[in-house]
Design a protein around this ligand. Structure first.
Ligand code: MRU
Length: 356
């Protein structure tokens, strides 16, 4: 299995996704600032992967924090604020930070060393839990995949974007494991090329047929019947089912609806933000236009011409046929179905916390 995030006793170790597919290299991160920079600079990316990495980064950082309650809480609070600011759209980051904050609040009276030990255990648990949830989600989602199908996906919502197995690609993997004949069409996903570099790499490693297309080919290929369904991941889902995902997802959803092709989203309940009433409440990360006009060190537009890079877009709920979570498949009206999934997940977490 692809392991994009590893935590040894000495360091948070990440598979450097900027170097793939040419080079498979890991970076070792010892300091909080290094982990934050790795998230910001896309060494690790994908909402669930960012959440797990953040948890490990914080659990590693608290080992060096003051041992008195006041000093510890001040340092921990500052670390949480810096961590959350690394990438604004992927809500799994804030979710992971909130989960560790809650743990600290509940157990502070046990003393700082005990809290640090609990945080380490929790971060490791979140890693294992993410893989487990993806497998469950995959099984729920594979019901939506016909016995023979071409699945178009955008960006990379695979093992690399999670602790392992993947969300959208987890659905593909589960369908293949069930014996279905599935192939993947991967939008290249300009400008970071998550589809061409990462999705294609993962699929090739697993022996799942995968064809890369440029982002502007999807409509044509749909019109000639080459795509059976679309499955994408998400960075944040609003309470009404509006979905934030990699820039270009909205275009794919509009095209899918035009051609009568089902459009599905696979994401864990940790990606659902019930505090966001609709997509309008989701902050969209704006990255530097330089990332658009410079490819592999080569500038492709005249110097001085501005470029825009909103990194995500919002697909309105009305274009989403179903949202696959680890708690089951949610369908419209999403305000009710997503809340039910989140309630089921929260009940499970509460049970576990009460037992520990
Ligand atoms: O900028 P990225 O590469 O972090 O964006 C990632 C995506 O948009 C993914 O589709 C999303 O996080 C889901 S990953 C399981």
């Amino acid at each position: 299995m692809i392991n994009p995030i590893v935590w040894t006793d000495e360091a948070v170790v990440l598979l450097d996704q900027r170097a793939l597919p040419e080079v498979e290299t890991y970076v070792e991160l010892h300091e909080l600032d290094e982990v934050i920079a790795a998230i910001r600079d896309l060494v690790v990316r994908g909402a669930p992967a960012i959440g797990v990495t953040a948890a490990m980064g914080l659990a590693q950082a608290v080992r060096k924090m003051p041992l008195d309650v006041s000093g510890f809480t001040t340092a921990f609070d500052a670390a949480c604020v810096s961590m959350e600011a690394a990438r604004p759209t992927a809500v799994n980051l804030a979710w992971a930070v909130r989960r560790l904050r809650r743990l600290v609040e509940r157990h502070l009276d046990e003393g700082i060393p005990a809290v640090c030990a609990r945080m380490e255990k929790e971060a490791r648990f979140m890693h294992a839990e993410d893989i487990e949830m993806n497998r469950t989600m995959g099984r729920h989602g594979s019901v939506l995949v016909p016995a023979e199908a071409c699945v178009l996906t955008h960006c990379n919502a695979g093992a690399l974007a999670t602790a392992g197995y993947g969300t959208a690609l987890g659905v593909v993997r589960a369908a293949v494991e069930e014996g279905k004949k599935v192939s993947v069409m991967a939008d290249e996903t300009r400008p970071f090329l998550q589809g061409a570099r990462l999705t294609a790499w993962e699929m090739q490693r697993d022996g799942i047929p995968c064809t890369v297309i440029t982002d502007n080919m999807a409509g044509h290929l749909m019109s000639r019947g080459d795509v059976d369904l679309v499955v994408v991941g998400s960075d944040r889902i609003a309470a009404n089912g509006d979905v934030a995902n990699k820039i270009g997802t909205y275009t794919v959803a509009v095209l899918a609806r035009e051609h009568g092709i089902p459009f599905y989203v696979a994401a864990p309940t940790s990606t659902v933000d019930l505090a966001a009433v609709s997509g309008a409440d989701i902050p969209i990360e704006e990255r530097s236009g330089e990332e658009v006009v410079v490819i592999d060190g080569k500038r492709i537009a005249p110097v001085g011409v501005p470029a825009l890079y909103p990194a995500f877009d919002i697909t309105p709920a009305k274009l989403v046929d179903a949202i696959v979570t680890e708690e089951g498949v949610a369908r419209a009206p999403y305000t009710e179905s997503l809340r039910a999934c989140c309630d089921a997940s929260a009940a499970r977490t509460e049970q576990r916390e009460a037992a520990s």
